[in-house]
Each structure stands twice: as C-alpha cells, then as structure tokens.
Design a protein around this ligand. Structure first.
Ligand SMILES: Cc1cc2nc3c(=O)[nH]c(=O)nc-3n(C[C@H](O)[C@H](O)[C@H](O)COP(=O)(O)OP(=O)(O)OC[C@H]3O[C@@H](n4cnc5c(N)ncnc54)[C@H](O)[C@@H]3O)c2cc1C
Length: 423
C-alpha cells in the first residue's frame, strides 16, 4: 500500500515537494490556507534564478552597515527598533554566522544546492514542458563603486572551481549586453555577467506545478489552515485545522515564514525570521524590454524581464510579520531602478501602471534553508529559503522527497539539516 504524506503550504517549496513525493509513490495531500497555490511569498518575487547570489546577506561587515542604515526609510536594509526584542536569538546567530569562515561555508553550501536546483529545474522543464517565461541569458550585476566590484570579483573567482561561472565586463561590454543601461552607464565602474543564472515567473511555475501534481493524483486542500500539529511521543499524530483533523504517515512542513509558529508548540525552534521585501511590476513599453535581468549591487535591487512585463524587487525590512506596503520604501525601489534604467520611466508613469506587492522572505539566521528530518520521526522540513527560494526550489524539493522516501539524495543533505544549529 502507498504511504500517505501531507505537505503543509502550497508555495514554491510545498507544491514542488508534492510533485516529487507523488513521483516516489506517495499518496499526497497539500494543505494550504489560501484559495490557491503560490499566493504568499512565491507570488511576485524578483524572478531571478541566481546561484550567483549564494552568499548570505550577513557578509562580514554587514552589521556596521545595518547600524548606519538604522531608521533610514529608503535604505536597502531597514531594521525597525520595535522588531529588535523579537529577534534577539536570531540576530545573535546571524552575527555569529557572519564571521568569515562560517559565512564562506554557508555560501558554498547554498551554491551547491543552487546548482543542483537549476539542473533539477531544467530536467522538470524537459519532462513537463513548463511555461513560466524562463530566460537562460544569465544575470548582469552592475557596480557604482570599485570596492564592491573587487570584493564580488574575488568571491566569484573563489567560487569558480565549484561551478559558478562569471565574466568581468567593462562599462561598454555591459551596455552591449543590456542596451537600456546606456543612459546611466557613466555612473558604473563595471559589471559581472553570470551566464548560468536565469529568470522566470515563480508564480506561473508554482501554478503549473500544482496542475501537474494534481494530474498526477496529488490532492490540494485549499482554504485549510493548520492551527496545530499534535505529537504523540516522538511522532506527529494529527494536524488540527479549520476543516477538521488531518492524518498521514509523514508530514512535510513548507509553510515559509510561518513554519516556526507551527513547530514552536512542539518545542522545536526554527531560526527563521520573516524579512519583508517589495516588488513592483510594470508593462514594458514597445521596444523597451530588458535583454537580461540586472542586479544593482549597491542598491540591492533586481530588475527582471518576465515576458512582456518588468519586475523590480528588493529591499529588506525587519519588522515582524507586518506586510504593509510602505510607500517610502517601494517608491525608493522604483526611483533606484529608474535611475539605472531611465528608459523604463514611460512604462512606470501614470496612475495604475505599477502593481505593488510585498512578501516575507523566510530567512534562516545562517543563510541556507532547513531541509529534511526533525526529532519527530515522521516530520520533515522544507523551509527557510530566505531571498533564494525560487533559485533553490526544485533542488530542495527533490532532496527532501528523496530523504522522505529513504532514497540516497543526490547531494549531501547534512549542510541543510536542522541539527546544524545545535553544534
Ligand atoms: C521581494 C522579494 C523578492 C524575492 N526575489 C527572489 C528572487 O529573485 N529569486 C529567488 O530565488 N527568491 C526570491 N525571493 C524569495 C522567494 O520568493 C521565497 O524564498 C519563496 O517564495 C519561499 O517559498 P515558500 O514556499 O517557502 O513560502 P510561501 O510562498 O510563503 O509558501 C508558504 C505557504 O504556506 C502557507 N501556510 C502558512 N502557514 C500555514 C498554515 N498554518 N496552514 C496552511 N497553510 C499555511 C501560506 O499560505 C503559503 O502559501 C524573493 C522574496 C521576496 C519577498
């Protein structure tokens, strides 16, 4: 008889995990509180598939920058003082993980998962002929200051033997790759092209995976919110929801930023903090579409072509579970994008031309996600993907499905396990 599995959450991670579990002969149900798949953080993210962004945000020196930005509404990273009491333990771990050695270790672990993930995504594309406006032309990271360029170049060279390909470009070569940069190119000191990065619409992908999973027999129970996981000794016995009790042989928690709330009553602490980000989506004017996604290193924003739309995303705000659209921050995001690509101004001008969105990145304190087993024998995790959940989605989902099914995983899962926080 087939073993049954319940996946909590139908974002990028839960939906894709459900697909891989069904392929491993599980009888799968996905439980999601929203009315459909991908309606929370996976809805309107930056769209980038970027192994090149494997280095976690707590690079050595970040703390000083965070202090300088404290309270500045338009800074790339904003820490609201009222959020501080709720993030002391997480913050301490974030700081400890920002020492050079741990930071490099996290970067390398994330890169391995990201490269595996893009290979897994390519295989899914071939198998299912998915349509999510996938581009394979790499990403172009641009720099206004030499220091950032040199540091990033050093890291890129260090990661080259591990599979991260990159090409240094001067200003003219960057404009040749992305002609819309021409007007602001005089502000740039150089750029790096990462040819194996990509982009695509994470929501379209999630929705397509949901349709394929449903066709493969996965049941999706929408409008169903899990209020509590009830344990019996060392295993989970039942889930309580607004639609009654739900039982299965195994459970996979993929509830993004809300995962810690469900594990806390089980005395299981997940060091995940919700980091708010913003995105803006506009219709590209005729002849004014980007050729390649652009990452603005100093402003920490990304600008990506998604079909005939343009997605601008970025900024990080530590303010608990608040998802309100702070117009000072979203306007700053738009202004910075237009300063880099002034030709997009027409597309953004006028009432109702820009769709605003916010989402909560489920960020672990050391960078990599948390994948696999827990002290509860039938509870598994696929969560904590922070700013890289789209990039890491396919690989994480396949890895977790392999672990649940008892198959040998394709990459070493130890670097992503929950136990790492105990050492
Ligand atoms: C502004 C921004 C830009 C980003 N840009 C990129 C990018 O360019 N590239 C990249 O790789 N990543 C990017 N990310 C990160 C990426 O979007 C996330 O890591 C990813 O979406 C997380 O997916 P998830 O499935 O874990 O979470 P979610 O998409 O939030 O899914 C979790 C699901 O669980 C459900 N849920 C929660 N609690 C319960 C409950 N109790 N009962 C039932 N259901 C529940 C929620 O409703 C939700 O649908 C970005 C994020 C943001 C905010």
């Amino acid at each position: 008889m087939k073993r049954s599995a319940v996946v909590i959450g139908a974002g990028l991670l839960g939906t894709t995990t459900a697909w891989f579990l069904a392929q491993r002969d599980f009888d799968v149900t996905v439980v999601e509180r929203r009315a459909g798949p991908g309606l929370e953080t996976s809805f309107a993210n930056g769209g980038l598939l970027t192994p090149s962004e494997a280095d976690p945000w707590n690079a050595p020196g970040t703390f000083g920058r965070v202090l300088r930005w404290l309270g500045r509404e338009n800074s790339p990273l904003l820490l609201r003082p009222r959020a501080l009491p709720g993030m002391l333990r997480w913050g301490w771990c974030f700081l400890r993980a920002s020492r050079p050695q741990p930071h490099l270790r996290s970067t390398e672990a994330t890169l391995r998962l990201a490269l595996y993930s893009l290979a897994t995504l390519e295989a899914l594309d071939r198998e299912l002929a998915l349509d999510y406006q996938h581009l394979h032309c790499g990403t172009l990271k641009v720099f206004r200051e030499r220091r950032g360029l040199l540091e990033t170049r050093r890291l890129a060279e260090r990661l080259r033997p591990q599979g991260l390909d990159s090409r240094m470009l001067d200003r003219d070569a960057a404009v040749a790759l992305e002609p819309l940069l021409a007007d602001a190119a005089h502000n740039l000191v150089g750029a790096i092209h990462y040819p194996h990065d990509g982009s695509g619409d994470a929501y379209l992908f999630t929705a397509a995976m949901q349709r394929h999973a449903a066709a493969a027999g996965v049941r999706f129970q929408f409008d169903t919110e899990i209020s509590r996981m009830q344990a019996d000794g060392h295993s989970i016995r039942v889930l309580h929801s607004n639609c009654g009790e739900i039982q299965a042989d195994v459970y996979v928690l993929a509830a993004g930023s809300y995962s810690p709330m469900l594990t806390r009553p089980l005395q299981l602490s997940l060091p995940i903090y919700p980091v708010k980000g913003y995105s803006l989506t506009l219709q590209a004017a005729p002849g004014r579409q980007l050729q390649v996604p652009v990452v603005d290193f100093e402003q920490k924003i990304v600008i990506a072509p998604l079909g005939d739309r343009i997605r601008i995303a970025g900024t990080a705000e530590f303010n608990g579970y608040d998802t309100a659209d702070n117009t000072a921050r979203s306007s700053a995001c738009l202004r910075q994008a237009l300063a880099l690509l002034p030709k997009l101004a027409d597309a953004a001008a006028g009432e109702g031309k820009v769709t605003h969105w916010t989402g909560l990145r489920p960020m672990t304190c050391d960078g990599p996600p948390i994948l696999g087993a827990t002290p509860y024998t039938n509870l598994y995790l696929n969560t904590g993907h922070g700013p890289l959940g789209w990039t890491l989605c396919a690989g994480s989902a396949q890895l977790v499905a392999d672990i649940v099914a008892g198959r040998p995983p394709a990459i070493n899962p130890e670097e992503y396990c929950l136990n790492r926080f105990n050492s």
